[in-house]
Design a protein around this ligand. Structure first.
Ligand code: PGA
Length: 307
């Protein structure tokens, strides 16, 4: 029996409207078009489905059987549509977010607000440095990335969503604490606690010192913002970190931001995904959420990708 969905749909409409004309109107088809679909269905089952007495159209016995089928099929279709919508939709979705460690201070608050709005989305968050985040993008093993400037040449879509100023931090007892307009040259006599290679913060700091033709007297490498903050607090040296990472310590008076000339180093955070990536509804919603939450609060400078 060769029956198409379209034939069933047209047949069902004629049966419920009890009129070819009204069915044609409802389906935005011509009346001959409707008649043809019904005829094709009748020849597929080799029986008449309607009988016409005067102007009135009634179902035959075969027509009633066919109506049961068309209703069951319509119902099944509706259920399938719903299940697929669920899969496509935000509520049934999955979201893999990777963030550079520095961004995590802010990203966890964003994610928690997103999860409160979409409690059924299965979220996984991966916190790693810039280099690994870039690897994840190229391997297509993540949906959305929040990071500093993506390198040029990477086939990604990147939109800035927030400023990320890098500042010089010191313990409150440091001799430079409280001084104003500290010349950059003073920093070349200091020990700096710096992030590991592969960190976006470290890259920005190195570029900055290179541009300014200076560098710290000595540096000690540490693989996290937390380790740097604690060591700076303990008086081991100075650090350059994102201002977003030090809110608590600053408020508690455990760390101070030094007023150094040419600082802060101005950077942006970006919401990024591979250009070829087909974002799920959950991922699309997250991207929109990030841009909507923070986009208006910041006057973005429109900086382009790294060279
Ligand atoms: P990172 O992150 O220093 O933790 O790598 C920030 C960035 O990409 O700017």
């Amino acid at each position: 029996m060769h029956v198409t969905l379209r034939q069933l749909q047209v047949f069902d409409c004629v049966a419920s409207q009890q009129s070819f004309t009204r069915a044609a109107e409802a389906l935005h088809l011509s009346q001959p078009g409707v008649s043809m679909q019904v005829k094709q269905l009748e020849s597929a089952v080799e029986m008449a489905l309607f009988e016409q007495i005067g102007k009135r159209i009634d179902l035959t016995d075969a027509g009633r059987v066919m109506q049961r089928l068309s209703r069951a099929v319509t119902e099944q279709l509706r259920e399938t549509e719903q299940a697929i919508d669920e899969l496509k939709g935000v509520e049934g979705g999955r979201l893999r977010v990777s963030v550079a460690t520095t961004v995590n201070y802010f990203a966890s608050r964003l994610l928690s607000a997103y999860c409160a709005k979409h409690p059924k989305v299965q979220v996984s968050l991966d916190v790693t440095n810039r280099e690994s985040v870039i690897r994840k993008l190229t391997e297509n093993s993540t949906d959305i990335v929040l990071m500093g400037q993506p390198p040029a040449g990477l086939n990604v879509e990147a939109q800035p969503f927030m400023e990320n100023p890098l500042v010089v931090i010191a313990g409150p007892q440091h001799p430079l604490a409280g001084k104003q307009r500290i010349p950059l040259a003073k920093l070349s006599q200091e020990t700096f606690l710096i992030r590991e290679p592969g960190s976006g913060t470290r890259l920005a700091m190195e570029r900055f010192f290179e541009e300014q033709g200076t560098k710290p007297a000595a540096s000690i490498e540490m693989s996290s913002n937390e380790a740097i903050k604690q060591s700076v607090e303990a008086g081991l040296g100075l650090g350059i970190v994102s201002e977003h990472t030090i809110q608590l310590e600053k408020d508690a008076g455990h760390l101070v931001v030094l007023d150094v000339r040419h600082f802060p180093i101005r950077r942006q955070w970006y919401v990024v995904h591979h250009r070829a990536k087909r974002l799920s509804a959950a991922a699309r919603a997250f991207k929109g959420f990030v841009l909507a939450q923070v986009g208006q609060r910041n006057a973005l400078s429109g900086a382009g990708p790294d060279a």
